[in-house]
Ligand binder design. Structure first.
Ligand code: HEM
Length: 438
């Protein structure tokens, strides 16, 4: 590509390119570079890529020309050694086969059928909190959503074993941390972070294997475990594929919804009038002891609060893609192998599409709006979009409503909100919540 045809490239440090900015504050770097144009070139000693923040170009990559792209190496490296045979790591025919095998568990009807059990789980979790109790909000929200999800979608009884998933999830993020010196050493140099990662992944693998053994022979139902086991019985999936997909879903399915609920609570704590309106909605909709499955569709404000939380704090730092052939994006030509990162953070806060973008305003989701489709894409888009979108939104709405209806959480945050430089928007700032029962 000649310079005249190239997207802009912000000035960087000799030899290190833009690595320092990324390691110092990944969100600040994404914002600074992303605001220089709808597509900009970013350079680090580990990888060079294009940061794509213009909604039309995002749509070109994810939807219109999706056949010319596959997942990028950064995504594959992040999950290497943990879900190598799972859908999120695969490409081509393997990806299609693995995604198809679990597809029926994520359809609208199947997800709706989980509502009652999700409500029961949420009610039980909130009832267990006592007045004045304090907890780490991020961890508690992950455990909360993990119980709702594993009992329904995954068909696994996780109670008592939640730390197995939390430890593996934390180890995964620690290993991917851009500030970690060991990340830049050759693979054969063992570091304490690598050892912790290997140990926690082994424990999670063994745990999931035990769950599979318990479920063998009773693979009825539409939960993911049953579907994957049935696919293995038919010879469509191998036993390793079943295990890796369950591990992948446990990790993908618990960290993002839990993190989003943590942000939602902090934002509600800062905006008491929204919290009050949310409570009014709960009190109006719930006619009895708890939500009924049909009530979930009535929780319009809860839906808007979540949409707004996912706009301001999208759980993934960006969608990764790599060109599998020469391709044009936004009129620029790119060679096979070129890498792209599509960070939701920038278009989600772009003044061209949002009025007063930095403010938390759930009312912006009322009625019709006229903005480009890919100015908002927390769950990605195109054929590879997040399959957990419906189930995640449903469990978060139920969890939020049952929590808001029954308790108040006084959230105290230790300093400014900061994030771990990694592939997900993992908060580095501690959030402590104190329970007040209503
Ligand atoms: C707030 C909640 C969630 C958000 C914002 C979210 C977002 C995303 C995003 C951005 C991707 C990348 C898609 C791409 O490469 O184009 C993804 C992939 C994926 N997500 Fe989610 N996710 C959430 C919850 C869940 C849940 C609850 C599950 C299931 C239990 C799940 C399962 C997956 C899987 C399996 C993939 C890989 C899909 C593939 O490669 O075909 N996610 N998610």
């Amino acid at each position: 590509m000649s310079d005249a045809q190239s997207p802009p490239k912000p000035e960087g440090t000799p030899f290190l390119g833009h690595a320092l900015e990324y390691a110092r504050d990944p969100i600040d770097a994404i914002e600074t570079f992303g605001n220089k144009g709808d597509i900009v070139e970013v350079d680090t000693p580990i990888q060079s890529f294009y940061l794509v923040t213009g909604p039309d170009m995002i749509q070109e990559i994810l939807v219109k020309k999706h056949g010319s792209f596959t997942i990028g190496p950064a995504q594959q490296e992040s999950f290497a050694g943990i879900t190598d045979n799972a859908v999120n790591m695969s490409t081509g025919e393997d990806w299609r086969r693995r995604r198809k095998a679990m597809g029926p568990a994520f359809t609208g009807d199947t997800v709706e059928a989980y509502r009652q059990r999700m409500i029961d789980e949420a009610v039980e979790s909130v009832r267990a909190w006592s007045d004045g109790e304090t907890f780490d909000l991020h961890k508690e929200m992950r455990v909360f959503t993990m119980r709702m999800l594993t009992d329904t979608l995954l068909g696994i009884d996780i109670r008592g074993d939640e730390d197995v998933v939390i430890s593996a999830s934390d180890a995964l993020i620690d290993r991917a941390n851009l500030r970690r010196i060991g990340r830049y050493l050759p693979d054969w140099v063992p570091t304490p972070t690598d050892r912790r990662f290997e140990q926690s992944v082994r424990t999670l693998d063994e745990y999931v294997e035990e769950c599979i053994q318990e479920r063998r022979g009773e693979s009825e139902g539409e939960d993911v475990c049953s579907l994957l086991l049935k696919a293995a019985d038919r010879g469509v999936l191998s036993t390793v594929e079943v295990r890796h997909n369950l591990v992948g879903l446990l990790l993908a399915g618990t960290s993002s919804p839990g993190g989003s609920l943590m942000h939602a609570w902090r934002l509600l704590d800062e905006h008491p009038s929204v919290l009050e309106s949310l409570r009014d909605e709960y009190d109006r909709v719930v006619d009895g002891d708890a939500l009924e499955p049909a009530d979930v569709d009535e929780l319009e404000l809860a839906q808007h609060v979540l949409s707004e939380t996912l706009r301001l704090y999208p759980p993934t730092v960006g969608v990764n893609r790599m060109a599998t052939e020469s391709v044009t994006v936004g009129g620029y030509e790119f060679d096979e192998g070129t890498q792209f990162i599509l960070p939701q953070w920038v278009p989600h806060r772009d003044e061209r599409f949002w009025t007063d973008p930095e403010s938390f305003d759930p009312s912006r989701w009322q009625g019709d709006f006229d903005r480009p489709q890919f100015s908002y894409f927390p769950f990605s888009g195109g054929p590879r979009f997040c399959p957990g979108k419906k189930v995640a939104r449903q469990e978060m709405v139920i969890a939020l409503a049952e929590m808001v209806g029954r308790v108040d959480l006084d959230v105290s945050v230790d300093g400014d909100i900061e994030f771990t430089p990694s592939m997900t928007l993992r908060p580095a700032t501690e959030h402590v919540a104190t329970v007040q029962r209503r």
